[in-house]
Design a protein. Sequence first.
Length: 199
Amino acid sequence: MLRAFIRDAIEMSRVATGEVTVRSVARTVFLSDSYAVMATTRIREASRRWHIPGVNRLLRLTQSVIFGIELGKDIELGDGVYLVHTLGTVIGGTSRVGKRVRFMGNNTIGSAKDDGCPVIEDDVLVGCGARILGPIRIGARAQIGANAVVVTDVPADAVAVGVPAVIRVRGQARPGEPASPPVDANGVSGEAPGAPRAR
């Protein structure tokens, strides 16, 4: 369990500040509500694994009352899941969340019709108010827009926005539009600023 606490602190620091230093990890541990939620979640997991009665329920209620978050007992959270704002977030059922996933707040992750729960891969950004529902997969590094309702798979590195969510893959054009110019790892295109685009 101590290893899980350390991994969470390091990965949360990486997500929150972009660096892993003694100072950034200490700030994460002592000042982040997200770390407190993850630490109590790790204790809940251990109490169920070791069959200690009452601890899971007590900590679940504590999370709900203090942080306004509901985390189901059958979910799996990867290292460093970062809850920017905990209030109103519900992760339920058998949802699986990868490493360093950022939840901006007021999110719902779970089943739509009791037909299964989502799998969210590593380094995904889930915007404020977004809902991810049903037996779907959200690919690594995808971005879910604010208030989007996602009920279909989202490929890696794609963006999902709207109700129901429309999937945009980087570099793919909308019907009737030219494709976006290719970008490098820093998100910079090879076009000169203000240059006309070929149609």
